[in-house]
Design a protein around this ligand. Structure first.
Ligand SMILES: Cc1cc2nc3c(=O)[nH]c(=O)nc-3n(C[C@H](O)[C@H](O)[C@H](O)COP(=O)(O)OP(=O)(O)OC[C@H]3O[C@@H](n4cnc5c(N)ncnc54)[C@H](O)[C@@H]3O)c2cc1C
Length: 503
């Protein structure tokens, strides 16, 4: 199974492609674009309800962030209840609480109904404040949680090896193996008559009064409704200014001795570190994550792994790092995801994005929200997550301006002004954006010396791509599109490859 990065995540070990090569039919009730947790959960829900559904996946299922997640299942979120109360009001914050509870129930029900073996385990989570600043944050988190009636409480002890100032325990959180889970969901979807087409990039859509016509690399698909479960919708959309792409790093460690935390753990640093244990091939590995940054905004992404590893080694008795990988998520401007009708659509195209680090939960609740919107026209969460909302919260204008400025910065030629002789000066394994006669190029020299030369403008919004040395990819700092060294799209919103120059 492939993922949108060179490094292998802990989940990739045992997964395989699910689908045979089904023929495309002319008409579907619902076409779902994207085979991550969001797309597969939603397609299954609709297929179960009697809709004729198709999933179009550009690569293989789990290729996107679902294959690079750390799969904590929480009912508290990166946007705290305190923040949600401030920006959305107490009633909406209370509604948010049920998203976590219901999503975990949807996952439990799917596991039961389809007899899925995916290492699902309920367990408590611990939040720990390591300094005064973090303690203040934890106080606010506990107060917000109490106001919405959430069950997290202060605790005097945690099972994690950190000297903390204050800590909280959160009962009934969970974890699972995300690829075992979505693979079983996809198999259930196919058994119920659903069609899954992999290696099928959806390139464009045309929405009219009756239906949506999708053009894909495997032909035309017509559907009454389309769902872009692509993590961020393709094309140019208002949502690209309301969501910023971020990378997060994860390492799975073999520890010395018998100690492995059985629980889930989170500090309150900025960005925070997160911990859990996973059994892989009969062995317990500690998964730690963190070192998040805006996509395309770290000069040396390999260093992010070293920083994370050094930090973990200070606290745990680490033997070796067995897996290390990074992946992408989207930060929404007002802290809550956008799930519903795609802005600018006539009402037949839906999307779900802006999940922050909680997409296992928000991707799962999408199956209920978009399922209900398509089947009945309404859902209790539809207003809270309306993609068309504009919430003038603190920082709103700055966020949108920053997103626009980022685009502007990189559009207006922010490249290293170098001559093409730099090509020959590149060391093996090195990459650069170079300028030559008014054009800029993304150049990568393989270990064996082979050069790859691409036009460096992202086809999505014409920003300059930047080198990601950790995942050997070209990443767009504006909206998060990512490309292989051959120029092939790894991650949307771009649906076109970088232009390759044959040398
Ligand atoms: C390191 C890391 C750790 C995380 N840990 C957690 C966690 O512990 N708990 C949690 O709840 N969340 C976590 N998240 C967030 C969560 O993993 C994601 O939000 C979630 O996986 C997104 O799922 P998705 O199905 O929406 O998108 P994806 O999994 O990215 O799937 C989108 C799919 O769409 C396909 N696609 C894209 N464009 C096209 C196109 N034009 N045509 C056809 N197919 C297309 C892609 O190939 C991809 O397979 C984490 C995120 C990161 C980065």
């Amino acid at each position: 199974m492939n993922r949108d990065g060179t490094r292998k995540s802990i989940w990739q070990e045992k997964s395989k492609i699910v689908s045979a090569e089904p023929a495309l039919e002319e008409w579907y009730d619902v076409a779902v674009v994207g085979g991550g947790i969001t797309g597969i959960s939603t397609a299954l829900r609709l297929q179960k309800a009697g809709q004729k559904c198709i999933i179009l996946e550009a690569s293989n299922i789990g290729f996107g962030t679902t294959g690079g997640t750390t799969a904590h299942l929480n009912d508290f979120f990166d946007t705290t209840y305190a923040q949600a109360i401030k920006d959305f009001g107490l009633q909406n914050a209370k509604l948010l609480k049920y998203v976590g509870i219901e999503s975990k129930n949807i996952i439990r029900n799917n596991i039961r109904e389809f007899n899925i073996s995916c290492d699902f385990q309920s367990k408590p989570g611990y939040l720990f404040a390591l300094d005064d600043e973090q303690e203040k944050k934890l106080d606010a988190i506990l107060e917000g949680a109490a106001q919405v009636g959430h069950s997290m409480v202060q605790t005097a002890d945690t099972p994690f090896p950190f000297a903390f100032k204050k800590a909280a325990v959160i009962p009934d959180q969970a974890q699972f193996h995300p690829l075992k889970y979505i693979r079983s969901l996809a198999e259930a979807f196919i058994r119920l008559g659903g069609v899954l087409v992999e290696n099928c990039l959806c390139e464009s859509h045309d929405e009219n009064e009756e239906c949506v016509v999708l053009q894909s690399t495997k032909g035309t698909v017509t559907a009454r409704s389309v769902i872009y479960a692509t993590h961020i919708p393709p094309g140019i959309n208002m949502l690209h200014f309301m969501n910023a792409p971020y990378r997060s790093y994860a390492i799975a460690f073999r520890l010395k001795g018998d100690y492995h935390p059985k629980e889930l753990g989170y500090d309150l640093a900025e960005p925070y570190h997160y911990y859990r244990t996973q059994q892989i091939n009969g062995e317990s590995l500690l998964i730690a994550g963190g070192e998040d940054h805006k996509t395309g905004h770290a000069d040396n992404t390999v260093e992010c792994f070293s920083k994370l590893e050094n930090y973990v080694r200070q606290h745990f008795d680490v033997d070796t790092a067995v897996y290390s990988w990074s992946s992408q998520y989207y930060e929404p401007v007002d802290g809550l995801p956008y799930i519903g009708v795609l802005p600018g659509s006539k009402g037949k195209i839906f999307t779900a994005t802006g999940f922050r680090g909680n997409g296992m939960i928000f991707g799962t609740i999408t199956s209920q929200i978009l399922g209900d919107l398509i089947l009945t026209g309404s859902n209790k969460y539809q207003r809270l997550f309306d993609p068309g909302r504009i919430r003038p919260i603190t920082g709103f204008t700055n966020f949108v301006k920053e997103q626009a400025a980022v685009v502007w910065d990189f559009v207006k030629d922010k490249v290293f002004a170098e001559k093409v002789k730099a090509l020959s000066e590149l060391s093996e394994g090195e990459a650069k954006v170079v300028k030559w006669e008014g054009e800029s190029y993304a150049v990568y020299k393989e270990k064996e010396g082979k050069l790859h030369l691409l036009k460096s403008k992202c086809p999505h919004a014409k920003c300059e791509v930047r080198w990601n040395s950790a995942e050997i990819s070209w990443d767009c700092p504006c909206h998060g599109s990512r490309f292989t060294v051959e120029g092939k799209v790894l991650t949307g919103p771009s649906v076109k490859n970088l232009l390759r120059i044959e040398l």
